[in-house]
Structure formats: structure tokens, C-alpha cells
Ligand binder design. Structure first.
Ligand SMILES: Cc1cc2nc3c(=O)[nH]c(=O)nc-3n(C[C@H](O)[C@H](O)[C@H](O)COP(=O)(O)O)c2cc1C
Length: 152
């Protein structure tokens, strides 16, 4: 059975979406994983339960994850305790590096509170990801997919 990676993101102006797509591309370089890319607005608690790894992305809004991500995570209280041990990762786009890093920290805390096992430090981009940041996203996705596939 292939391991399932769910990439969930919110993006208003497309920057975080581009990062999500690059992360998905990286994940797909690894065999025996199945990757699903979803807007947070279209994602349910059932999607979270079915995934082996969840990679969560948000633009930084006042240095924190944007409210649609917060709402989504607040609603995941319904399945609290059931995501324990799943693999997690984070990504963020922001106007400046500091904003993105703070947002990643917020995303990490949400996943850690769910008892997930966080892989890596997360990746960020300043506004739209440039070539170097896109490459970092691909590598990040590949690293998570490889960790997951090897753990099976
Ligand atoms: C309401 C709002 C708050 C923001 N707050 C911050 C912030 O605190 N720090 C920062 O670096 N960028 C901030 N930004 C900039 C966005 O994080 C940045 O433009 C990001 O690339 C948008 O991602 P998206 O294209 O995926 O929507 C803010 C933007 C908005 C609309």
C-alpha cells in the first residue's frame, strides 16, 4: 500500500499555492507514495485521518497562520488524539523572512499539539517563491516522502 501524503494550504494571492505545488512535485519523485494537494477550504477531518503525512502551509498574517488555517485546525478538535504519530511538515510565504519563520512556528505548534512527528524545520518563501525557494520546496517534499516511504 502506498503511503499517503496530504498537502493542505491556504493561499489568497497564489504564493503559498506555488509552494504547495513545488512540494508535491518533490514528493512525487519518491516511489510508493500517493500525494494529494488540497485547498484548506476543501479539506475535511476525514482527509486528515486518511493521510500518513500532513504538510500544512499558510501565508503569514500578522506573523501567524492565516485564519482559514486556524479555523480548520480548531475544527480538527473533533479528531483530537487520532493524528498522533503521523508525519508532519510546514511551509509559509510572507512579505519578509521573519514573518514566515514565525508563521512556521505557529503551524508547528498546531501539528505538535496533535501529537504529530515533525520532519525538518519547514520551508518558506518571501512573497512568490523564486527559483531557489522553489527548489527548496521540492527538496523538502522529497525529504518528507523519502522519510515516510523508508519508514514503511
Ligand atoms: C492580512 C495580511 C497580513 C499580513 N501579515 C504579514 C506579516 O505579519 N508578516 C509578513 O512578513 N507578511 C505579512 N503579510 C504578507 C503575506 O504573508 C504575503 O504577501 C504572502 O506571500 C501571501 O501569500 P499568498 O499569496 O499565498 O496569499 C500579510 C498579508 C496580509 C494580507
Amino acid at each position: 500500500m502506498p503511503k499517503k501524503i496530504l498537502i493542505v494550504y491556504y493561499s489568497k494571492t497564489g504564493h503559498t499555492k506555488k509552494m504547495a505545488e513545488a512540494i508535491a512535485k518533490g514528493c512525487r519523485k519518491v516511489e510508493n507514495v500517493e500525494v494529494t494537494l488540497k485547498r484548506v477550504e476543501d479539506t475535511t477531518n476525514r482527509d486528515l485521518l486518511e493521510a500518513d503525512a500532513i504538510i500544512l502551509g499558510s501565508p503569514s498574517y500578522f506573523r501567524l497562520p492565516a485564519w482559514p488555517i486556524k479555523k480548520f485546525i480548531d475544527e480538527s478538535i473533533e479528531i483530537y488524539g487520532k493524528l498522533k504519530g503521523k508525519v508532519g511538515g510546514m511551509f509559509s510565504s510572507a512579505g519578509e523572512e521573519k514573518g514566515a519563520k514565525k508563521c512556521i512556528q505557529g503551524l508547528r505548534e498546531m501539528l505538535e499539539e496533535h501529537g504529530m512527528k515533525i520532519i525538518g524545520e519547514g520551508v518558506y518563501a518571501v512573497e512568490s517563491p523564486d527559483e531557489k525557494e522553489t527548489e527548496a520546496c521540492e527538496k523538502f517534499g522529497e525529504m518528507i516522502a523519502r522519510t515516510l516511504a523508508e519508514g514503511s
